[in-house]
Design a protein around this ligand. Structure first.
Ligand code: SF4
Length: 193
């Protein structure tokens, strides 16, 4: 099914979309928005190269172990790896998992661009959150987004627009400490500003 170049992933997070989710961050983004949370994911270089099937196995495990509601693809720029992600997303929908994607490109751009796999991936996305991060336009109210230009597109009937501001969802920051002492964080750190 192809390969993915991932920066990292977490088996279960509550701050990267609705409900508990498996989240993966792809390596590589050419937009390089000033003050992006993940500048270490900008470089288009091999990081963790995994077969799509391997990632799918991790997702299946997370579904069994944590009862995840869905998967979230972010980064880095998921659309640069849309071909592999489209295959993964199709399998996730077969597992009844929802698919959320954060992209720095606008939906209008994606619908007309020639990047491989993008139109295929969009077929499987329930919720697309689009647009680059603009530090001068901080978002203070809506869930999961960093700047107010970023838009929610509900591409299926799985979610309704009420989730955008639903206070019962977590819009926060998670910190994980591994047994070897390694720290891993995700979510939106600037919510405390
Ligand atoms: S598009 Fe997203 S990942 Fe890329 S630089 Fe902007 S905020 Fe960061």
């Amino acid at each position: 099914m192809g390969r993915l170049n991932l920066a990292t992933w977490v088996d279960c997070t509550a701050v990267e979309g609705p409900g508990n989710r498996f989240a993966l961050w792809v390596q590589g983004c050419v937009q390089k928005c000033p003050e992006c949370c993940n500048p270490h994911m900008f470089d288009l270089m091999p990081q963790h190269i995994l077969e799509v099937d391997e990632v799918l196995s991790k997702i299946v495990h997370a579904q069994i172990e944590y009862g995840i509601e869905g998967v979230t693809f972010l980064g880095g720029e998921p659309m640069l790896q849309a071909k592999g992600l489209s295959k993964l997303a199709a399998e996730c929908l077969n597992l009844q998992l929802s698919v959320v994607v954060f992209t720095g490109y606008t939906l209008e751009y994606l619908q007309t661009c020639s990047m491989p796999g993008v139109l295929e991936l969009l077929k499987y996305v329930d919720l697309l959150i689009d647009g680059p991060y603009i530090a001068s336009m901080p978002e203070k109210e809506r869930n999961w987004v960093g700047s107010s230009n970023q838009r929610f597109h509900f591409l299926s009937k799985r979610y309704s627009s009420s989730i955008e501001r639903d206070p019962t969802y977590s819009h926060g920051f998670e910190l994980r400490i591994s047994l070897d002492g390694t720290l891993k964080s995700n979510g939106w750190p600037n919510q405390f500003d």
